[in-house]
Write a protein that binds this ligand. Structure first.
Ligand code: FAD
Length: 240
């Protein structure tokens, strides 16, 4: 849950120009030391009593001690000129986080679709080889995503994606493929209600890997919830 907007102080720790007209500024939080915000929220920087400029927080809400802004600078803009003049070490005052049009982490639709995935797959895999069933399902997803990307004008040239991004997306794709193959093989022989919870043990592994490699720090309540998910998954899957 994001905190209410408040007066904040931060310090510039890095400035990048990914493109000639785009500036990215990293701000290390000073007061409060951590900014609790949701994806989609912004901060506003005051220039006088009537002039403020708002900028969306680009960085992940999992990283609370520093935030990144990305701004399409305009030659004569007040905010743009101020951003251009910033140097590493400069203090910055702003108000935030603001905005209610945010990514809802608890959106129940994901759980509903995930549940339907297991139920439909259990029926679908009954009379076909499970690996071939995974193949058919993957073609459906490929077609749907391609249609969605073109319909919403989100398709972008493959050349605009960096090599690093490709490497990690390919690795993620391989891991997803392996996970689906095992999932369908298990569904072929087991009860959907006992196979699906084992899949959810990934929640625990994601939390551990995210803490180890991405620097994410779940709260004690978060770790308790993750432990309960693990215990619940084992309990359901073992049929005790
Ligand atoms: C909620 C919210 C979030 C925002 N988040 C971002 C963000 O993450 N990144 C971001 O870049 N901006 C964002 N903006 C826009 C931002 O607040 C400023 O309007 C923008 O940075 C320009 O401010 P400025 O003071 O430099 O220019 P201004 O003084 O506002 O404008 C100077 C001149 O440039 C023109 N102009 C302004 N913006 C553009 C533009 N993009 N392209 C061409 N001409 C323009 C104006 O019409 C004016 O003639 C956001 C705005 C809101 C309300």
């Amino acid at each position: 849950m994001a905190q209410k907007p408040r007066e904040c102080r931060a310090e510039v720790t890095a400035i990048h120009w990914p493109r000639p007209e785009v500036i990215e500024v990293d701000l290390q939080m000073v007061e409060p030391p951590e900014l609790d915000f949701d994806a989609g929220q912004w901060i506003s920087v005051p220039f006088d009593s009537k002039v403020v400029r708002a900028w969306t927080i680009l960085s992940t809400p999992a990283r609370k001690r520093s935030i990144t802004l990305s701004v399409d600078v305009t030659p004569g803009g007040i905010g743009s000129q101020w951003l251009r003049a910033l140097k590493v070490g400069d203090p910055v005052s702003f108000k935030g986080p603001t905005g209610g049009f945010v990514f809802n982490r608890a959106d129940p639709r994901r759980a509903v679709f995930a549940a339907l995935t297991a139920i439909f797959a259990k029926v679908g895999v009954a009379n076909v080889n499970s690996d071939f069933a995974t193949f058919i399902r993957t073609i459906v997803i490929l077609g749907c995503l391609a249609a969605f990307l073109f319909a919403t004008d989100q398709y972008q040239s493959p050349g605009s994606v960096s090599t690093r991004t490709y490497v990690f997306l390919v690795l993620s794709g391989l891991a997803t493929g392996a996970s689906w193959v095992y999932y369908f093989r298990a569904l072929k022989v087991g009860d959907a209600a006992r196979v699906a919870p084992i899949d959810k043990l990934s929640v625990v592994l994601v939390a551990i890997f995210a803490a180890a490699f991405l620097g994410e720090r779940p709260s004690p309540a978060g770790w308790l919830g993750i432990s309960l998910i693990a215990a619940g998954a084992v309990l359901v899957a073992s049929g005790l």
